[in-house]
Ligand binder design. Structure first.
Ligand SMILES: Cc1cc2nc3c(=O)[nH]c(=O)nc-3n(C[C@H](O)[C@H](O)[C@H](O)COP(=O)(O)O)c2cc1C
Length: 463
């Protein structure tokens, strides 16, 4: 019997790490954002840890509003980024986020398949439907309705996959003797006609070693979950608790079953934001220094959560239970990760941490946070994974310069010794790393617009 092991990915798209002041951390070169010798070193470190994939977020937009004090936190250009890192690594996969709303499927099909080919089958497309006003504004648009964004997303995925298969899987014979370059009729137009996107095709790029890129979906909300259930091999999630993660995963699995797929075909990974130190105290001090510029903004917010006014003068104070009282019910209409803040703030205050240490432990972080030793990080991961709510994690490393090495050299061996993570890649392609099924062209079990293509019909009929 093979024991199930976790899938691990890591975000590598933003400035110097995922924490706000990472660009000012000791030893960090503040211009490394565009220094590809450094980015390559980070990708290679993740590969040394046998991580299955790197995740590249992309709006494109500048999420941080205060451009004067914080660097951009998105990927410079996701396709170029992926291509450069692909040529400097051998095994690790790449998940490139790209909008289905503001890109033409032909361009996406071309770029993604090129990288899939040159990386020997390690590319994935995180197909996102662009719900952010800033992204829309960059393309001179308003945010479109959910119906239109997700209608276009479904068609775009099916068209991109149709174009990928318009160069038949066995088409490329390139026989120099006979002069036959491709088999007759096996590179053929797709003549795709949707409500939102059209293309004649064909695309002129042969299959990669995994056939075609893997489909990923990252999102929160019913539309995103339905898209993931219908098309994705991997869903990259955001969940503040094991219960929330389990509920997201179950929703995606239900949508997969409704679309006619085996729910096990979609893996679900949740975010995790560790800060590792030789001792808990050192880890807390590290994390506190990485959020220092946010403290004036967070203190009043923490005060609201705990029902006690807080200022910078309170930073090193331990609050007494009589000051903050009982946990107040979070707003049930708020997203889960916002609701989780009060619960976490209250729990940390009750444990007797100072105000600074409460804030250092990720009360306002987007993802579940563990600040402590490598063993504490591994314990968190083990608890989540063994609950059955997730198939793994995508890691949001605090400062890339030393945080990736710390995770790879200290946490990964613990996970491996506990049998929770593989010791080496099982194959060479991302599809193999994720245990995703073989697929070339659209998945006709779930397709809504794509029609079986001549090139595939032709191949199906071949003896
Ligand atoms: C973990 C996670 C990662 C995401 N990454 C991106 C991204 O890189 N680019 C993007 O445009 N949207 C990204 N999103 C946004 C979602 O794709 C989606 O648009 C959002 O959840 C809003 O949902 P809606 O489209 O139903 O309004 C991400 C969402 C989550 C939860």
């Amino acid at each position: 019997m093979t024991v199930k092991q976790m899938i691990l990915g890591m975000e590598l798209g933003n400035l110097s790490g995922t924490q706000p002041d990472s660009w000012r951390a000791p030893g960090v070169d503040p211009v490394e954002y565009l220094d590809y010798d450094t980015r390559i070193r980070y990708a290679q470190a993740a590969e040394r840890g046998k991580l299955q994939f790197l995740f590249f977020p992309n709006g494109p937009y500048h999420e941080v509003k205060d451009f004067e004090h914080y660097g951009p936190d998105m990927t410079p250009d996701v396709m170029i980024h992926m291509a450069i890192l692909a040529r400097a690594t051998d095994r690790i996969g790449f998940v490139a986020s790209a909008s289905t709303t503001y890109n033409h499927p032909y361009s996406l099909a071309q770029q993604l398949k090129t990288v899939d080919y040159i990386s020997h089958g390690r590319a994935a497309w995180n197909a996102v439907a662009s719900g952010y006003p800033d992204v829309a504004a960059n393309y001179g648009s308003e945010v479109l309705s959910g119906e239109d964004r997700y209608g276009r997303a479904r068609e775009s995925i099916e068209l991109v996959q149709s174009l990928w298969a318009s160069w038949g899987r066995e088409a490329w014979v390139h026989d120099q003797e006979t002069g036959e370059y491709t088999r007759p009729g096996e590179v053929a137009p797709v003549s795709f006609e949707g409500k939102y996107v059209n293309s004649r095709g064909p695309l002129y790029i042969p299959p990669s070693e995994q056939g075609q890129p893997v489909i990923v979906q990252s999102g929160l909300g019913d539309n995103s979950f339905a898209l993931a259930g219908r098309y994705a091999d991997l869903a990259v999630g955001l969940a503040s608790s094991i219960e929330e993660a389990g509920a997201c995963r179950e929703t995606i699995r239900r949508y997969a079953a409704e679309a006619g797929r085996d729910p096990d075909e979609v893996k679900y990974v949740a975010g995790f934001s560790p800060t590792i130190g030789p001792t808990k105290r050192e880890a807390l001090d590290r994390r506190a220094s990485l959020v220092a510029s946010r403290l004036p903004q967070w203190l009043p917010q923490l005060g609201e959560l705990l029902g006690v006014p807080l200022s910078m003068a309170d930073l090193d104070r331990v609050l007494q239970p009589s000051e903050f009282g009982a946990l107040r019910a979070p707003n049930p209409d708020a997203p889960g990760w916002i609701q989780a803040r009060s619960i976490r703030a209250h729990a940390l205050a009750s444990e007797g941490w100072s105000v600074r240490d409460i804030l250092a432990q990720g009360v306002f972080a987007e993802h579940p946070t563990k600040v402590g030793t490598a063993t504490e990080a591994a314990d968190h991961m083990q608890e989540w994974f063994e609950s059955g709510a997730i198939d793994g994690f995508w890691l949001c490393i605090d400062v890339y310069r030393d945080g990736i090495d710390a995770f790879v050299d200290q946490v990964i061996p613990i996970l491996q010794d506990r049998g929770l993570f593989h010791r080496d890649y099982e194959g060479t392609t991302l599809r193999e790393h994720l245990g995703a099924r073989d697929q070339y062209g659209p998945d006709y079990r779930v397709a809504q617009t794509a029609k079986p293509q001549p090139v595939l019909t032709h191949l199906a009929g071949r003896p």
